[in-house]
Design a protein around this ligand. Structure first.
Ligand code: SAM
Ligand code: SF4
Length: 329
């Protein structure tokens, strides 16, 4: 069986699939207040196309899929897509990244499927600040989802984008959440995927600064052994139930073990978060490609995967400024 491997010997086993470019929130670090120019519905991949792409990829060794967006639960009948993917016996894990505002009523249904973990985005524990960041007043809904997920059998990861001058004063509050909750809190470096590009900030909150701010408070931090392709460096405060991690998304010190590819909601294949899309697989399918054509295409595309996110960025035709909502994070 052919498997997806790049020229650096990295085996590709994870696809991140954005199921829509639409979102019910307007997070400041992701898009402008007026939102982004969303595409016409017929430009979005259909569920059948998503199923087919995932199937073909799974026959090439991809065994994990993450569904993201925009907000995946904004896509009509999103749970049906989950049910369809559940039929693919080659997939070991289906994971979801969500803002949590619309999912509380779907959790029991999702628990019945092969869904392993939910990444819940939550950037503030303060209701008003949450509303300022997301430009929507839905903290209560999201917190309800958090509590429901904690009591479900799904693994829960809480993602907080660390924004200079906005929520850095809450880093310790988020670490403290792991005292009694068996959850994984992850701090993400902010990137310029916000619809306008690089911001000027007074202080850069990168991996080291985030870690130092935690180290200044605790003297009993245990380093955990990270999975090879983990996007976060993970830690635990001694005696705390949960863990915390830092994702060096912008300083890009994790690229060496990358095992992932991305497909945007319009079918743009991406070898790296920082490339500007290397091929439109939707058009290729709609022009009549069969599964063998798709397999050959993926094998050759992955071969061009850049060594790291810096090389990918250098090879772009434009600066990084697109909204993360169009890429999927
Ligand atoms: N709407 C869902 C959500 O927010 O979880 C899924 C899509 S969102 C684009 C995926 C992830 O990207 C979220 O964890 C979000 O916080 C993160 N993200 C979005 N814009 C970002 C940025 N500029 N820098 C770092 N992370 C970002
Ligand atoms: Fe929507 Fe997620 Fe972007 Fe926030 S981060 S605007 S929830 S896509």
């Amino acid at each position: 069986m052919s498997i997806l491997k790049d020229k650096f010997g990295r085996k590709i086993s994870y696809v991140r699939l954005a199921v829509t470019d639409r979102c019910n929130l307007r997070c400041q670090y992701c898009m402008p207040a007026h939102g982004i120019d969303i595409v016409d519905r017929k430009e979005l991949l259909t569920f059948k196309e998503m199923y087919r792409l995932t199937r073909v990829l799974s026959e090439l060794g991809v065994n994990k899929v993450r569904l993201t967006g925009g907000e995946p639960f904004v896509r009509k009948d999103f749970v049906k897509l989950l049910e369809m993917l559940n039929y693919n016996e080659l997939l070991d894990e289906i994971n979801i990244t969500t803002n949590g505002a619309l999912i509380a009523n779907h959790i029991e249904q999702i628990e019945q499927l092969k869904v392993k973990s939910i990444n819940l985005s939550l950037d503030s524990l303060n209701r008003q600040k949450f509303a300022e960041i997301t430009r929507r007043d839905v903290f209560d809904e999201v917190y309800k989802t958090l509590e429901k997920l904690e009591n479900s059998k799904l693994d829960l990861k809480l993602n907080m984008v660390v924004q200079s001058g906005v929520n850095t004063d809450e880093i310790i509050d988020f670490v403290e959440l792991t005292k009694y909750k068996n959850i994984a809190v992850r701090f993400i470096e902010e990137m310029p995927f916000n619809g306008t590009g690089q911001k000027n900030v007074i202080e850069v909150w990168d991996y080291n600064k985030i870690f130092q701010s935690i180290e200044n408070k605790y003297d009993d931090i245990d380093k955990l052994k990270d999975k090879r392709s983990s996007t976060s460096r993970n830690f635990k405060i001694d005696q705390y139930q949960g863990t915390f991690g830092i994702i060096p998304a912008f300083t890009r010190t994790i690229c060496g073990d990358c095992d992932r590819i991305r497909i945007t909601s319009t079918g743009l294949f991406k070898n790296c978060l920082f490339d500007d899309g290397v091929f439109n697989v939707r058009d290729f399918m709609r022009e009549g490609a069969d599964d063998k054509d798709l397999k050959n295409l993926f094998l050759s595309l992955v071969h061009k995967k850049p060594k790291d996110g810096f090389i990918a960025e250098q090879e772009r035709n434009s600066d990084v400024s697109e909204s993360m909502s169009t890429i999927g994070g």
